[in-house]
Each structure stands twice: as structure tokens, then as C-alpha cells.
Design a protein around this ligand. Structure first.
Ligand code: MRU
Length: 382
């Protein structure tokens, strides 16, 4: 079903209909075992996304025609996940300036700057957003002064596509680096969604799991539901079911008792920002999991691309934590689950100190902090 006015395609979740997925970008077409492609260019140059609010009930594709529409989609969690919001913001700059290709250079650059500010203000915690916007604006500013708007726009489109393609390649390398951590028969616990729906490729925390499954290893994944927005139950379980990987959704409070009964071999989670000393922000509840894992002697890994490392921050104290609306906590599926007058707290992320982390799985390999500037200066895990 396609709604032309809204640029929306909706269909009820139809199981494994799009597997194996054929990934097409301007520079490559190949088959890769991934359950969903979270972002693409539409034929008209809009940013095509899967509206993640509707999953797992329906897979709705939405074409975001303007930078403002992309900003709104990021703010309202139509798309989310640190790497993906960076990619979307870069593509949003391109979609949002395509009408100005015939405008004078100054006007084009001023609009680009406005849109970068708007997109940069959508969510504070994931460093990938700021990183991608800085990279895009730097590219525009560094074009020779005699380049017109059309040439700058072409350059920006190539850069946004490169950001997306590089992320896809980093996901693959994270998967390869993490593969030795997932032996045949492994029982893995994960939190939130750090899979294909959070990235331009096969995910970060889920990437080693996908590759282990592809290699014929039996893997079972315990999926924290991840209150309050349920990215684990709605998104991670959806991805894993579509990929044919056995999984069990648990409420967040179950993790400790599973570990106590030796039902978890390792924990692997993603990250939204990693400080130079290895403290990292991830979805709220990650810190509690890390403490539980240390207490029970369960290895605890953080998987992320090097673009999630913020080497300018000495430690996790400086990571801005997004506070979201209280309705997310006080309602479930639109129904109140707390008195209207009750106060609530809704920090979207917490910070896990580096000392709880067994190792960082990045596109550069299995690493230990301190981390450098994304140029491979991080230490290697032994
Ligand atoms: O609020 P979200 O869904 O954008 O949160 C980001 C996340 O998905 C997680 O924290 C994830 O583990 C890291 S992003 C791959």
C-alpha cells in the first residue's frame, strides 16, 4: 500500500519476505544477510526510512522530503540509534538543500548552516550526530570559493553516501572482530537495539551475532525489553526473528536472575558515546546490567564504530544525558500506568564506567581504552 501524499508505504509485518536482503547504494549492489535496511535515498532524493515507531506491528516506509522532516523524525524516534541518526542527519542536509541548487552560494551555505543547527539540536547524547554534521559542513566550507551551489550539493550528496557506506563497512568489521566471542551454543544477552535498525549496516552489538549465525553457530539471544520505549522487545526481537535467530524477550528485571543461574555466557551492548577513558553512554539500564555481569563473572562487551568515540571527553562525566518526556514512563501503549499526578524520571541513557567492560568491539578490533581520535590510537585488548 502506498500513500502518495504522505510518501508512506505500509504493510503488515510479513515475516521473512525480504530475506535475503539486496542492498543497493549508488556504488554497490550485493546480497547480505540482514533483516532490514533502515535508510535509503528515495528515487526523488528524499530520505527513505522505516518508521520504527510502528514496529513490530507494521513496516512503514516514509519518505522525508525536507531537513525539517528528518529532524522531526530523529526527535520523535521514527529513526534512532547512534550511527543511524548520524547518517540520517547527513542525508537530511542533502535532501533539505536540493531545492537550492540554483541559488547563490551564500544563500545555499546559510541554509545548510541553519539545517545543521536544527538537526544537531534533535538529540544530545549520541556523538555520531554531531560528528556527521561537522563532517558535512566542513566539506561544504572547504569547497573552492568559485564553486556554485549545484557543485557543492553534489559533493555533499557524495559525502552523505560515503558516511552511510563507511558505517555499513564498520558494522561488518565489528561483526568480524566480535565473532570469536560467540562460540557455538552461546547464550548472549543484549539491551536496547544495536542492530540493523540502529545503523547503516548489520548493526553493532548484533553484528557478531549475525555473523555467528551465518557461520552455522547456534546462538540464543536474551533480549531485554528495554523500558520505557521497548527498543529491545519491539526492534531487536523483530530483527532476530526475521533473521531466524532464536531469541527470548525478557523484562529488564530478569537479567540478574538469569545470570545467577548461569544462563548467560556473555553480555554485548552498543554505545551512544564512548569517552577517552572508556566510560560509555548507552540506553538506560546498561549500567545495572554491567554491575550484574561483573558480580556474576559474566563477560560484558561494548560494540560500537570508532565514530562513537568522543576522544575530546576525558571520561563519562561530561556525556550529556537526554531527558525524555514523562509520558514514556507513565503510559504503556497510550494507556496510563501511573497516576497522572505522580512524578517520574526518564533519562534515556546512563553511563557505564570503563572498569565494568571486558572489551570494546570496534571496527578496529577488540580494544581497550584509552581511546585516541578515531585514527586507530586506541589500545588493543590482549
Ligand atoms: O534512544 P535510542 O533508541 O536512539 O538509543 C540508542 C540505542 O539504540 C542504544 O543506546 C544502542 O544500544 C546504541 S546505538 C547502536
Amino acid at each position: 500500500m502506498r500513500n502518495v501524499e504522505c510518501g508512506i508505504t505500509a504493510r503488515a509485518d510479513d515475516s521473512r519476505a525480504d530475506l535475503p536482503f539486496t542492498l543497493r547504494t549508488p556504488h554497490s549492489t550485493f546480497r547480505i544477510a540482514m533483516p532490514v535496511q533502515a535508510i535509503a535515498w528515495s528515487p526523488s532524493g528524499a530520505v527513505r526510512i522505516v518508521d520504527q515507531r510502528a514496529l513490530p506491528e507494521a513496516k512503514i516506509e516514509r519518505d522525508l522530503e525536507s531537513g525539517e522532516a528528518v529532524a522531526d523524525a530523529i526527535r520523535t524516534l521514527q529513526l534512532r540509534g547512534a550511527p543511524l541518526i548520524g547518517i540520517a542527519a547527513a542525508m537530511g542536509l542533502v535532501a533539505g538543500t536540493r531545492e537550492l541548487r540554483a541559488a547563490p552560494r551564500d544563500r545555499f551555505l546559510a541554509r545548510l548552516d541553519d539545517l545543521a543547527r536544527l538537526l544537531g539540536a534533535t538529540r544530545p547524547t549520541a556523538v555520531n550526530l554531531r560528528w556527521a554534521l561537522d563532517r558535512m559542513t566542513r566539506v561544504a566550507m572547504e569547497t573552492p570559493g568559485n564553486w556554485g551551489s549545484a557543485a557543492i550539493w553534489e559533493r555533499l550528496q557524495a559525502e552523505a553516501t560515503a558516511i552511510w557506506e563507511e558505517d555499513r563497512a564498520m558494522c561488518r568489521r565489528i561483526g568480524e572482530a566480535g565473532l570469536p566471542l560467540i562460540p557455538d551454543g552461546a547464550k548472549v544477552l543484549t539491551h536496547c537495539n544495536a542492530g540493523a535498525l540502529a545503523t547503516g549496516g548489520i548493526g553493532t552489538a548484533l553484528a557478531p551475532i549475525y555473523l555467528a549465525h551465518d557461520a552455522g553457530r547456534r546462538v540464543h539471544v536474551f533480549v531485554d525489553e528495554t523500558r520505557p520505549v521497548l527498543q529491545g522487545a519491539r526492534l531487536t526481537a523483530w530483527e532476530l526473528v526475521h533473521a531466524g535467530i532464536p531469541c527470548t524477550v525478557i523484562v529488564d528485571a530478569v537479567a540478574g536472575s538469569l545470570m545467577r543461574r548461569a544462563q548467560v555466557d556473555l553480555v554485548i551492548v552498543g554505545a551512544d558515546r564512548i569517552a577517552a577513558n572508556g566510560d560509555f553512554a548507552n540506553k538506560i539500564g546498561t549500567y545495572s546490567l554491567a554491575v550484574l555481569a561483573l558480580h556474576h563473572g559474566v563477560p560484558f562487551y561494548c560494540a560500537a564504530p570508532s565514530t562513537t568515540i568522543d576522544a575530546a571527553l576525558a571520561d563519562g562525566e561530561g556525556i550529556p544525558i537526554e531527558q525524555r518526556g514523562l509520558d514514556e514512563v507513565k503510559t504503556v501503549a497510550g494507556r496510563p500506568v501511573a497516576p497522572a499526578a505522580a512524578d517520574a524520571l526518564n533519562p534515556a541513557f546512563d553511563v557505564t564506567p570503563a572498569r565494568y567492560v571486558t572489551g570494546f568491539v570496534t571496527d578496529r578490533g577488540l580494544e581497550q581504552p584509552p581511546f585516541g581520535d578515531g585514527e586507530g590510537r586506541g589500545g588493543r585488548a590482549s
